[in-house]
Design a protein. Sequence first.
Length: 194
Amino acid sequence: MKKEEAKLFFPHESGDDLDDLWEQRLFEQKQFLLTRPPLAKVFQSRLKKLKQQYHAYLLITNQEDRIMSFSSITREYNFSEDLIEAFNAYHENRNDLKSDVLQATDYASLEKVISAWLSLERAYYELWYFQESKAIDLEVTLSKEPDPMELLGALKTISEKDKITTFRELQNAFHDLPEMLQKEVKRLTLLSED
């Protein structure tokens, strides 16, 4: 990238404090990532744009590239087959990763955290995967997550009332589940294929 091109990726006015401007743009991207459902394509697109801005910022400010070339670390998440245990572990891990996003102070650490977060999401989606759910005639929006407390309440209800406690039992009883759970199975099934 040349300096003229860098100005397109990192627009600024003369007299701007470029370090502050970079910090502001990093903060804005972190806010976006923390307030949207974690869809891989959206998050990866945001990271790609931020990386270009970061490289442009470094070029314009004559700084060395501090982005280390590293392979994305994919964490292994081993969830319980128990619905409620898996739900709780997922949200606990997700909250930890959101905290890590807040603490990321540079592009490389943010990219590493987002990579781990997307690994968590994929592992969780795969727990819920049920091919037959795609055939039900219920509209789902991939980017619209149900309220976690309502979802947990629905899981507790089917656990107590219907003795459905595992993902296998959930699949076996899929057509008898409340609509909210059918929609969530379908949504996460579709996301696991995305």
